[in-house]
Design a binder for this molecule. Structure first.
Ligand code: KG4
Ligand code: ZN
Length: 340
């Protein structure tokens, strides 16, 4: 592979991210602005606010990625950018900016699928062997893949409704806990040592697909039954009851863990030649879930890889890395590349 610099730009949702990857020196920078504080008051991402903030942050974040990598724009050979899937307004900011920048710098343009970025994020820090099974879970997507090589991956199953992170965010909101809900759910669950007293339904056992909306409803009716939630007023009534919050959070997390391990077991059974497993996306920051994957894999002599948290949540590095691979194969985009 010829030596080259790739600038990766990611703006698909509520993070403005950029990174520089060099073919032999590796990842040279990874800059990020997260809008979490902006959306917290609304309990979720507000698309209009998200795109406005992308517009404000794109220049300083790209600049900081170049500075951290100790290069100037003219060194960049390829500009890789997320073009799908995501919030249209947010995606457009990154794509328009990437096109202008590539044009001005005389660089090539590469379009990257955000989900492909997550799938290969485990390879930023580790030499993960192929083929492997990848479970990706975040606020917008949950899926399981058979990954056979760079750019070569097969979707085995995905969520038919909510994403796993979305289930954490929604249940946290029900219990009047701040956005994003995932880290809150984990902290509360830890207080009762990941006990499962509520037994929420394990959905789609034995398949490759996921479904999380029924679990959210089960939690809602559990709260109603316990007098902790008023359906008419849409109000959480047990604000001071930390035991109840912890029990619900813990049962939800264990339930999601069981579902993830069931899907993994189904994949390992169907593809017994696979010797490695990866867990990626924002939900992969969860230490409890990481440990469950690790112990499952250790027992079966499978290698397990999970990116460090900065590469689990949305980031520019995964876009730069996949973009560099596409560039090495000459898979460039046309200037009329559109968002999807
Ligand atoms: O990958 P990401 O940053 O953005 C999307 O592409 O959606 O993932 C964000 C999601 C949120 O739903 C958040 O609640 C979840 O990841 N998350 C977690 C944890 N940290 C973030 N879920 C469970 N446990 C965590 N520690
Ligand atoms: Zn993502």
């Amino acid at each position: 592979m010829a030596e080259s610099y790739t600038l990766g730009i990611e703006t698909s949702c509520d993070e403005t991210a950029a990174a520089v990857y060099h073919t032999t020196q590796g990842m040279l920078s990874n800059s990020l602005f997260s809008q979490i504080d902006l959306h917290r008051a609304f309990g979720g991402v507000l698309p209009e606010l998200a795109s406005r903030s992308q517009l404000e942050k794109i220049v300083p974040i790209v600049q900081s990625a170049l500075v951290e990598a100790n290069i100037t724009l003219d060194a960049i050979d390829t500009v890789a950018v997320t073009y799908k899937p995501g919030l249209p307004g947010s995606l457009l900011v990154g794509l328009c900016f990437a096109k202008s920048l590539a044009w001005a710098a005389g660089a090539k343009l590469v379009g990257v699928n955000h989900l492909e970025g997550h799938v290969f994020s485990s390879l930023i820090e580790n030499d993960v062997p192929f083929p492997h099974i990848c479970l990706t879970a975040s606020g917008g997507h949950t899926a399981i893949y058979l990954v056979e090589g760079w750019g070569s991956y097969t979707l085995l199953g995905s969520t038919i409704d909510d994403a796993a992170g979305e289930a954490f965010d929604k249940v946290a909101k029900l219990m009047h806990l701040p956005y994003p809900g995932g880290p809150e759910i984990e902290q509360y669950a830890r207080r009762v040592n990941f006990r499962d007293d509520r037994r929420y339904p394990r959905s789609k056992i034995g398949s490759f697909d996921f479904s999380f909306s029924g679990i959210k409803t089960a939690v809602l009716y559990d709260l109603v039954k316990r007098g902790a939630y008023d359906l008419k007023q849409k109000k959480f009534l047990a604000g001071e009851d930390e035991v109840l919050r912890s029990e619900v959070a813990s049962a939800l997390l264990v339930c999601v863990g069981d579902i993830f391990l069931d899907r993994l077991a189904n994949a390992v059974k169907q593809y017994p030649h696979v010797r490695a497993v990866t867990f990626v996306g924002g939900v992969a920051c969860n230490k409890y879930l990481r440990e469950r994957f690790q112990s499952y894999c250790t027992k079966r002599d499978l290698s397990f890889f999970v990116p460090s948290p900065q590469f689990c949540t949305d980031n520019g590095a995964m876009i730069a890395r996949v973009g560099a691979h596409k560039a090495s194969r000459g898979e460039y985009a046309e200037w009329d590349l559109d968002i999807f």
